[in-house]
Ligand binder design. Sequence first.
Ligand code: ADP
Length: 555
Amino acid sequence: MAGAFALMTVEGSTLALISWMLKPLFDRVFVGKEEGAIWWVGGAIMAIFVLRAVTLIASRSLLSRISLGISTTMQRDLLAHIMTLDGRFFQLNPPGAMIERIQGDTIAVQGVWATLITSATRDAISLVMLFAVAVNIDPIWTLAALIGAPILILPAAMVQRYIRRKVRQNRANASARATRLDEVMHGIVSIKLNRAEADQTRRFAQIVGRIRQTEVKVAAMGSLVPALTDIVTGIGFVAVLALGGSEVMEGTRSIGDFMSFFTALALAFQPMRRLSGLAGTWQTAAASLERIYQVLDTQPRITSGGRSQAPASTAIRFDDVWLSYDDKPVLQGLDFVAEAGQTTALVGPSGAGKSTVFNLLTRMVDPDRGRITLGWVPIGELDLGTLRDQFSTVAQESALFDETLRDNILMGRPGSDEAALRRAMEAAHVSDFVDALPAGLDSPAGPRGSALSGGQRQRIGIARAILRDAPVLLLDEATSALDTASERLVQEALENLSEGRTTIVIAHRLSTIRNADKIVVMEQGRVVEEGSHAQLMARGGAYARLVALQFGEDQ
Ligand code: ADP
């Protein structure tokens, strides 16, 4: 910044130097007819232009380094911060809007920085120096030149507020645009199947239409002050001509004085125009900065505990746990124990709160009330990293990234050796299909894993969990999406994985959990029954009814 400032100072001074050189040019060369002066005056003017050219290149490259440095650092910090925030934040802020903040807002700030630094230093210095030349020639003429300036004050203040409001609106519109695009790209198949293309196009056109309208208003209002500056300058020129013209004709002032003054004034015109537009430009940056800081100032509600040592046991206990989203109760006094080294199955109708149990355990969300312990340590006391290291999770839909299959599996434990990777692939029945691919493990998974089938994606997720090798396994079975052959493979893979680990499994097919050590039946966020398959069948309660229902379906 200091370097750029120094260069701008030099560049800014050159305009004043040029206008300064016009005095000897007129008085000594044209009027005084000193032949030799032509050469040194011409040489000096040439040197000033060369200096200007050199500083221009140096300052531009320095400035872009600074403004890009600022925006890329902001982008990095924003993403890092956003990843510390919890579920609630992501529910309130859709992905598209967050992408727009990380990209759109930081780039808006970056563009403005360059203009701000350039104008605020180079243009301000040019102006000061040019006015110094003008005052040096004649302070009264200078005052006359500024006679119209007060006209600018009120509109400048009004324009600032207007632009701030409109730019804020448009940043929100840009977020809406990004969100719309994100939803369209992800929902493209549903859009086509429901033939909603025209409707989506219409909605998108509305948003971009609003952006265009607002942008045009901002541009028009933004040019108001520079336009008024033109008029003020015109008034100044006439005033100086009226005052100075007669003095030159009377011979009290030289032509050189007048030309030098006039040139200083003419050269001041562009920087003055740019500076007067600056307030509007600053408002653009301020609107984006406001949005960036809004995110940076959001603190995660789920904070890490201090204990970084893993608990000795992996027994899990929910003790009178309550949770509601807004006013909707989800868990209402949930109580159960999952013994260490055993398999506990959660069953119950959809919406009973089974997945919520996983979210609470991994602290994606915290309960409103109640205690959750891992190895008899309340999970809130554990360091978040330590806590999450205790779990391998296989979700219904494993998030795959548009990287190679190898990278997707290695996400479980980066830096694992080839042998461990191979073992995990064998156990998860991933080798079966990967080895048949031309590029093998180095094949891309496609955006969100779209190059693979549902069963293949799930097996990659299982391989990742196996490689992760954490003491507790959280399984959300999604066998219904699979054909019988892949279901058997996935089931086998899961059994391999849960062997000897504390496992909690959300079972959708009751046939897969007959051998579970304990079955916990949930309804509306409460446990209604628990026991082994045999015990619960003998009881003839909720579980027995569920089994009868599913048995009927399976026939
Ligand atoms: P299950 O896994 O048993 O089908 P879940 O644990 O997924 O049930 O959900 C339990 C209830 O909580 C559902 O009624 C669901 O709509 C609600 N729910 C889950 N997550 C959220 C959320 N982030 N915001 C609002 N409601 C939610």
